[in-house]
Design a protein around this ligand. Sequence first.
Ligand SMILES: Cc1cc2nc3c(=O)[nH]c(=O)nc-3n(C[C@H](O)[C@H](O)[C@H](O)COP(=O)(O)OP(=O)(O)OC[C@H]3O[C@@H](n4cnc5c(N)ncnc54)[C@H](O)[C@@H]3O)c2cc1C
Length: 425
Amino acid sequence: MQINKLPIAIIGGGSIGLVAAAHLAKRKIPFILFELGSSVGQNILSWQHIKVFSPWKYNIDKIAEELLLQTNWEIPNKEGLPTGKELVDKYFHPLSQHPQIQPYIHLNTEVVSIGRKGLDKMKTANRENKPFIIKVIENNQTKYYEAKAIIDSSGTWNQPNPIGSGGVFAEGEQEIKNNIFYGIPNIKGDLLNRYKNKNILVVGGGHSAMNVLLDLADIQKKYSNTQINWVLRKKDLSVVYGGKEDDAFEARGALGARLEGLINGKKLNVYTHFHILKLTVNKNGIQIDGELNGENETISNIDEIISNTGSRPNLDMIREVRIDLDASLESVFDLAELIDPNTHSCGTVRPHGEKELRHPEKDFYIVGSKSYGRAPTFLMATGYEQVRSVVAYLDGDFESAKRVELNLPETGVCSSDSVSEGSCC
Ligand SMILES: Cc1cc2nc3c(=O)[nH]c(=O)nc-3n(C[C@H](O)[C@H](O)[C@H](O)COP(=O)(O)OP(=O)(O)OC[C@H]3O[C@@H](n4cnc5c(N)ncnc54)[C@H](O)[C@@H]3O)c2cc1C
């Protein structure tokens, strides 16, 4: 088939992949979307019990809303703060069911590799005229699809960082992985029995860790034998508390303020500037050996570990594509100076589009949280602007691709020392 007649392939049916689909549908450009999970918004559903900090008005893309309004969609209260489940149930799922989108979504389909048909990464001749070839495992079967362009929106959430010091697995970490929850467990819901009256260690210094600590503190009120320990690599807790009442996202600021109250009320043990080196299990539970402010330190008798040390992009599947990534963040190269978490916080990232997201591989784009690599500062609204611009460009609408149409609130809080621990989200 001629390359121009092929669809554009979207990898991942999370928030940004689905909005990319909406923009392609609106422009009547053929597309195909591959989603690893059995539902769209799979990664969001893994933290479905958590309320986001940005209100609906920032979470709904304009074009997606336009399409949804053609159906019997119930518009959420724009000032309200949805949980992860509400985001999927009230927005992403209905969007995925739109008649111009639904037929092109392949669920239970994992993309394992992407390349140019018949050409490895080294070959240049006629490269731009060859279709992309996508190898997938679809409902347990290996299949190949061709596409004229790729929008990789596969996120980073299902590639959590290890808890070991320096970004590598601590000795023993993989052996005891059944005692470690990477992510945000539903502590007050279906996992209550796992955590109530237990001695728990939380690792990480970002908003995910804060949500976990606050949930543990809630169950501690009723189950008073619940003990909470918090290990973080940062030295300075004020960095973790963030902007508090100065944060433009009130709900995000409130997390820091509540956490400070718990620490002042001695509801949890805090180990600041702790580096985990070794994990072992003995008859009393898990023992954590590491360094606290440069001195050897051991934390003992832990029943459960919850890890929130950020996440990293899956680069294996794009090994045969010519991409340009920043050496430290693993973000799209041109984004690094805009998003480096050493100097930017969630709301202060300048909007950007197709131009900044371009790679040496023509018509290949990494968007969404994956475009930020390991930087934790991504907001859905930023991703919507990315795909609006990329889709316009792929449609030959270069004027629209160049325009910046996003206006985010400033947080006024710039943190440093935050790259490794998922400071924002
Ligand atoms: C607790 C929490 C609170 C947050 N609060 C806010 C907020 O208030 N405001 C805000 O703007 N943002 C918030 N965020 C961030 C935001 O939700 C995410 O960054 C955003 O959803 C990322 O979208 P994405 O589409 O890039 O990735 P994801 O939503 O992670 O989607 C990626 C999708 O790709 C699929 N996938 C992965 N690998 C493959 C593969 N190989 N093949 C096929 N499919 C694949 C996954 O299953 C997933 O469905 C929050 C995040 C968390 C964790």
